[in-house]
Design a protein around this ligand. Structure first.
Ligand SMILES: NC(=O)c1ccc[n+]([C@@H]2O[C@H](COP(=O)([O-])OP(=O)(O)OC[C@H]3O[C@@H](n4cnc5c(N)ncnc54)[C@H](OP(=O)(O)O)[C@@H]3O)[C@@H](O)[C@H]2O)c1
Length: 264
């Protein structure tokens, strides 16, 4: 997509990958709507010398259908103008299933999967009417390679993968596209929390990671290039490949790196 003049809405834009994507988009002549759970968490972007036309933080609390509907009501017709929706906001919980708190699992599925579906459904009619739009969904390598300790997070991200792939086929010929980000380990608060939580039972020492700015640069280029999938590269690319073949390879890696007894 040519981003000149495009209205781009990014969720979870106040920190982590979402903020890095907002910073990268601001290098283009876009109208940027930075979706944040709370406006208090938003620190203005430094856009001096950047090409961005307009940046505005908008409240998008994705914690429940009712909260999202209330935010939609505040945004009104502005949502009809969105050309690029980046469903980025997300949460993570993990560890042995029997030790995970059900409230955290529910909140995670809500933001990772249901909120992305609800937002997409809201902006899609405007995109279809204009015959132009890109829905970017931040999936994860966990949406493909289902490792122990990640059962519920992987389930939420596999849902994002299925949603995106199915929608992509449904939208064929409409001018509206989807882009699936198969995000690998990216330096952020979530990665720190994930490493701390998973490493109780899983050897995370071999995880490869990227700076958020680098992943955001690739993501925005993928939007411009009308790509369907942005793959992770490195060892995560091999895990993605292995995930769609027989399960034995991932079984073997998991058997080597996981222990039900805490590792430390
Ligand atoms: N980092 C990685 O290694 C990695 C790997 C694969 C996929 N991902 C995916 O990439 C996305 C961004 O992750 P990140 O690493 O940047 O995480 P992060 O640093 O923890 O940031 C998460 C973002 O999501 C927002 N968010 C969470 N729950 C929300 C809710 N109920 N309503 C509105 N916003 C909410 C947070 O807002 P608050 O500041 O208000 O909490 C924050 O902006 C997620 O979908 C994640 O699953 C990350």
């Amino acid at each position: 997509m040519n981003l000149d003049g495009a209205t781009c809405l990014v969720t979870g834009a106040n920190r982590g990958i979402g903020r890095a994507i907002a910073v990268e988009l601001a290098k283009r002549p876009v109208r940027l709507l930075a979706g944040v759970r709370s406006l208090d968490s938003w620190a203005e972007l430094d856009v001096a010398g950047q090409r961005v036309r307009d940046v505005r933080a908008v409240r998008l609390d994705l914690s429940s259908r009712a909260a999202i509907d209330a935010c939609f009501a505040q945004l009104g017709r502005e949502l009809d103008q969105v050309d690029v929706l980046v469903n980025n906001a997300g949460a993570m919980t993990g560890g042995l299933l029997e030790e995970q708190a059900m409230e955290e699992i529910e909140a995670m599925v809500q933001v990772n999967l249901l909120a992305a579906i609800q937002l997409t459904q809201r902006v899609l009619p405007g995109m279809l009417a204009r015959g132009r739009g890109t829905i970017v969904n931040n999936a994860s390598i966990s949406g493909y390679a289902y490792f122990p300790s990640a059962s519920t997070y992987a389930a939420s991200k596999a849902g994002v993968v299925a949603f995106t792939e199915s929608l992509q086929r449904e939208l064929r010929g409409t001018g509206v596209r989807t882009l699936q980000l198969v995000t690998p380990g990216v330096e952020s608060d979530m990665l720190d929390a994930t490493t701390a939580l998973y490493s109780r039972h899983l050897d995370t020492s071999g995880w490869e990671t990227l700076p958020a700015a680098e992943w955001a640069r690739r993501a925005v280029e993928a939007i411009e290039q009308d790509r369907r999938v942005l793959g992770p590269g490195g060892r995560s690319a091999l895990a993605k490949l292995a995930s769609r073949g027989p399960a034995q390879l991932l079984d073997a890696i998991a058997a080597r790196s996981f222990s039900r007894t805490p590792r430390r």
